[in-house]
Design a protein around this ligand. Structure first.
Ligand SMILES: Nc1nc2c(ncn2[C@@H]2O[C@H](COP(=O)(O)OP(=O)(O)O)[C@@H](O)[C@H]2O)c(=O)[nH]1
Ligand SMILES: [Mg+2]
Length: 244
């Protein structure tokens, strides 16, 4: 799988403004500040490709980067950030939700979760939402360089335990750090498997064609909606500015 060139395609405010659907796409979603842009830069091997910001809620648009003319990395606005005009924020979150629900060439979603935190209700609810829409995703626990391996493992185990009843089998889990590069090879392998199963790079599908037939990295047996009803989350703790 070719990793260069990496070319910024565009920033889209909504689904209609996204590029054509001819290339497989891999999207990064998660709470604001979880490390989406940093991880995207790590995978692409370019330090300042997607803007990294210590300020939550920085990415407001859907940013597309084409890699090796074969596939795209997609940096999405984070969820769980309500500062600024409420209307403004929810508009962009709706764009991310529409993208995740409707984009036919979206092959795999990387759901980023902070490895330094115990399971957060907003992340658990987002997993439910993805599962109920039967979207293929893997979970990526970020910033592993910040905690001890023991603390990271405990947080991951606790998260797994909370969602265990919703899937059979569980979505794949990865540990990553933009600081050390941990997980880069593994995530590129997920992408490579899907891209390599698609059409050859010199035979791009026409714009209007359906997305390439690709195998998701795992088969998701969704029991989420029913199971979620049995184990409702504490809605009171969930803040506004969620796209789902
Ligand atoms: N130590 C450490 N910091 C990180 C890592 N990934 C991101 N950060 C920091 O976390 C902040 C938010 O990162 P960013 O990629 O902009 O998050 P986004 O809002 O999800 O796109 C920035 O200050 C980054 O430098 C990581 O793996 N390790
Ligand atoms: Mg970002």
């Amino acid at each position: 799988m070719k990793l260069s060139p990496v070319i910024f395609d565009r920033s889209a405010p909504d689904l209609a403004a996204c590029p054509d659907e001819s290339l497989p796409e891999f999207a990064f979603i998660g709470r604001s500040n979880v490390g989406k842009s940093s991880l995207l830069n790590t995978l692409a091997g370019i330090r300042r490709l997607a803007r990294v910001s210590p300020t939550p809620g920085f990415t407001k648009l859907i940013n597309f980067f084409t890699v090796g003319k074969q596939w795209r990395l997609v940096d999405l606005p984070g969820y769980g950030y309500a500062e600024g005009s409420r209307k403004h924020v929810s508009q962009f979150n709706r764009a991310a939700a529409n993208y995740l629900k409707r984009r036919p060439n979206l092959c795999c979603i990387f759901l980023l979760i902070d490895s330094g935190l115990e399971p957060q209700p907003i992340d658990l609810e987002f997993v439910q939402w993805l599962a109920s829409h039967a979207r293929p995703f893997v979970m990526v626990f970020t910033k592993t360089d910040r905690g001890t391996p023991k603390a990271v493992a405990a947080n991951i185990a606790a998260f797994q335990a909370r969602i265990a009843g919703w899937f059979e089998p569980l979505p794949e889990i990865f540990q990553c750090s933009a600081a050390t590069g941990q997980g880069r090879t593994e995530l590129l392998a997920v992408i490579g498997k899907i891209v390599d199963a698609g059409p050859a790079a010199d035979e791009p599908a026409p714009v209007s064609a359906p997305p390439p037939e690709v195998e998701p990295p795992f088969r998701m047996q969704v029991r989420a909606r029913r199971e979620a009803e049995k184990t409702p989350l504490d809605k009171k703790k969930l803040k506004a500015a969620r796209p789902w």
